[in-house]
Design a binder for this molecule. Structure first.
Ligand code: GLA
Length: 393
């Protein structure tokens, strides 16, 4: 939607003639390195052109008025700066409220209310991080509107804290980090233990990254995400009885094979195996990309999906059907689920000249097996969260 239309909506919603400032935070895909972030491993995400627009203006009183064009039926959600506690009735607005609350507690001065309108074009529940996108859009908005100096890493960590402590999902740092530090045409290799990171150019020559939405809705809060995390924590605790390690990310595949018997529960052993092998695959994938070996990169993506299906058990019939259909197509170098799993999206690296044929085939196979349609998007890798100057991204 053009920013002029968003401005019009803002003025109509809050009955004002003054133009708001406009901020944007993207969503993300993860190329490889899934469920490794909270296990002290590596991830390799990139920010996409879909995201969350946040338009805002300060108020002269202490009221915060939130409106989302995605949830018009919720109307304007109001609260006061003096009471930012989680409130179930405030629904989606708890995400920006949490950011405001935690930035204030971190010592930043937010001394007046604001009118804030959100518009997101990330498909809802698609596993492309719409919630982290709202958090980071709110972060850059507060920074701009209240003239704050917020270290970007602090903003990222506050976003994760909102998710963990305010919303109640034990997610890792990947989404907020990718969205906070994304760079056009690059993916970020992030060591989630040290937070050291490097950018890797994504040059796919005659290929594109397709995002394929299962259209099976999911929310992290309602998923088995926290359960997986607890299983990995238990596996780590078992290993720590004999080994001096900080996280599963400290183990090589060889270390794991040598010591896996220490993990008492068989299921926890499978979860830990995924975390260790996926971390190794992620580092290998960066090497393949550096060598311009897209076939090698694609093969690792495929192995990642198999491990998420068999060891981590977070794929489900919808994602498996999509990914299998993608693998069967001769224009595809690799395909896997992306994000937390349990529905959401898959990604595939597809030859440009085969895109139409790919969409047609995968669509048909998915529809026949699942009974409804998937949706296809071409991923464009854009920048991280920022203010939009002059109304252009
Ligand atoms: C979600 C979480 C991330 C990460 C992925 C799985 O997106 O928010 O922290 O754990 O799932 O890789």
């Amino acid at each position: 939607m053009p920013t002029q239309d968003l401005i019009k909506h803002f003025k109509n919603t809050f009955i004002t003639d003054l133009s708001p400032r406009i901020f944007f935070a993207p969503g993300r895909i993860n190329l490889i390195g899934e469920h490794t972030d909270y296990n002290g491993g590596h991830v390799f995400p990139a920010t996409i052109s879909f995201g969350t627009y946040a338009l805002a203006q300060k108020r002269t009183d202490q009221k915060l008025c939130f409106y989302s064009m995605n949830f018009p039926q919720a109307g304007i959600i109001e609260c006061n700066l003096s009471d930012l506690t989680y409130n179930e009735a405030h629904d989606w607005a708890n995400y920006p409220k949490g950011m405001i609350e935690f930035l204030k507690s971190a010592g930043h001065t937010i001394d007046s209310g604001a009118n804030i309108l959100f518009y997101g074009n990330i498909p809802n529940g698609a596993g492309l991080s719409s919630s982290a996108s709202i958090e980071m859009a709110t972060g850059v908005l507060l920074e701009g509107l209240f003239d704050l100096t917020i270290d970007r890493l602090d903003m990222i960590q506050l976003g994760q804290k909102v998710e963990n402590e305010y919303i109640g999902v034990n997610s890792g740092i990947m989404d907020q980090f990718a969205i906070g530090k994304g760079k056009k045409d690059h993916a970020i290799l992030l060591n989630c233990q040290t937070l050291k990171h490097e950018y890797a150019p994504i040059k796919l020559d005659d290929h594109v990254i397709m995002i394929i939405n299962t259209n099976k809705q999911r929310t992290l809060a309602g998923s088995k995400y926290n359960e997986r995390r607890a299983q990995c924590d238990q596996a780590l605790a078992d290993l720590q009885e004999k080994l001096s390690i900080n996280s599963l990310g400290d183990l090589t595949k060889e270390d794991f094979e040598k010591h896996k018997h220490l993990i008492k529960d068989e299921i926890n052993q499978k979860r830990a195996k995924h975390a260790v092998y996926e971390n190794a695959r992620t580092l290998e994938a960066l090497e393949k990309l550096r060598q311009n070996d897209l076939h090698g990169f694609g093969k690792l993506m495929n192995e990642s999906h198999v491990s998420l299906q068999q060891e981590y058990e977070v794929t489900g019939v919808e994602l498996d059907t999509l990914v299998k259909a993608a693998w069967e197509h001769d224009g595809v170098l690799g395909a896997r689920m992306t994000g937390a799993g349990f529905g959401g999206c898959a990604i595939a690296i597809v030859a440009k000249y085969k895109i139409d044929n790919f969409i047609e085939n995968v669509h048909e196979k998915y529809r026949n097996a699942i009974g409804y349609n998937p949706t296809f998007y071409t991923a464009t890798i854009g920048d991280g969260a920022k203010e939009i100057t002059g109304g252009v991204l």
